[in-house]
Design a protein around this ligand. Structure first.
Ligand code: PCG
Ligand code: ZN
Length: 339
């Protein structure tokens, strides 16, 4: 049965409306989606502020377009219920909200097409990657791990200071999947479910930036001998791809990236204000007295984002054009010229 008829109806209407708007009355979901997202250069998907219901539809379309519905026998109402539960468990905070979840998932989706990953790894890994992106920041409170640990929050206590947030995002994801009506994996075998669970846990835990160098170095080490049929290699690639998707905001056009940067800084400043108020150590890159947009971005682009993208482009040379275009060092010089 359909658990949210009203919502489904609304989603259906929104879908029609959305695609009619874009395509001029052509009701061709798959094709539209194809055109709009196969390239991460075409940032149509994030140019405007999508309504939350529209986002749920777009996510649904991504699952459909990657053939997950048919391959894994996912019922549409279960997928919709899953996406709705996910939507409800993102908080209304400046940056780590449902729209961020969408941006990251859309980047993952774009990368999967762009790198022709479907011809290289099997669908179960792709399902893991897309679902990890969808779930990767569930119930983020707007305060990072350093805060959780220093403030000795419930999460830090529960997870013994080990990636408290990422552990929590992942646990919430499987809470949602534990309910039959929102378990998109309910028609899979126990073996398949086990593999998916292991994969999602790996991917979401890999988004903890304190593991950035560790994961990047692992990837660099296997690159010269990279083999898509080697599970260990694929695992590292999947971690790299969710990391890239997660921090790729600056790889989007300036008019998309800049408002998101404002949101990120707002969340950072909220945290450092709270740290000052509570007498906790103040995270330097979040201190409103120390951070400026250019100072925050030049370092981040040069030392975090760029080195990560370069390695991925080493494996997928087709990304080089996008890389140059999107990460165009000009962005860096724009920021540099502010200083
Ligand atoms: N300075 C800066 N940090 C970013 C940017 N995008 C992502 N990050 C950081 O990368 C982190 C990825 O994991 P989180 O979502 O916890 O928090 C994110 C931010 O701290 C960006 O554009 N600029
Ligand atoms: Zn994120």
């Amino acid at each position: 049965g359909n658990h949210f008829p009203a919502l489904s109806k609304r989603i259906e209407n929104v879908t029609k409306h959305t695609y009619n708007t874009i395509m001029g009355n052509q009701w061709k979901v798959a094709y539209t989606c194809h055109v709009l997202t196969k390239s991460i250069n075409k940032h149509v998907f994030v140019y405007r502020q999508w309504e939350d219901a529209e986002i749920m539809v777009l996510l649904q379309v991504m699952y459909t377009d990657l053939d997950f519905i048919s391959t894994f026998n996912i019922e549409l109402d279960v997928l919709q219920q899953f996406l709705y539960e996910v939507y409800k468990r993102y908080n209304n905070i400046p940056f780590h909200n449902f729209k961020h979840c969408f941006c990251v998932t859309q980047m993952m989706y774009g990368l999967i097409w762009l790198t022709d990953l479907r011809s290289k790894i099997d669908s179960i890994d792709l399902l893991i990657m897309l679902t990890s992106a969808v779930c990767h920041d569930l119930d983020h409170t707007g305060y990072n791990n350093a805060y959780q640990i220093n403030a000795r929050t419930e999460l830090a206590l529960r997870y013994n200071d080990i990636s408290p947030l990422e552990n929590h995002h992942c646990a919430v994801a499987f809470e949602i999947l534990e309910k039959t009506e929102s378990n998109i994996f309910r028609n899979l075998t126990t073996e398949q479910y086990k593999r998916i669970r292991e994969g999602i846990i790996k991917c979401i835990l890999a988004t903890d930036m304190s593991r950035h160098t560790e994961i990047l170095n692992k990837f660099k080490a296997i690159l010269p001998v990279f083999d898509f049929s080697n599970k260990d290699h694929r695992d590292v690639l999947m971690m790299i791809m969710i990391k890239v998707s997660d921090i790729s905001n600056e790889a989007r056009p300036m008019d998309v990236a800049e408002p998101w940067l404002d949101c990120l800084l707002q969340e950072f400043f909220n945290q450092s204000d709270m740290e000052k108020l509570e007498g906790l150590p103040v995270t330097p890159f979040m201190d409103r007295d120390k951070v400026t947009k250019p100072s925050s971005q030049t370092g981040f682009i040069r030392f975090v984002l760029f080195p990560l993208f370069i390695e991925l482009a080493n494996l997928f040379p087709c990304l080089e054009t996008d890389l140059q275009e999107v990460l165009c060092l000009s962005r860096e010089s724009i920021f540099a010229s502010y200083q």
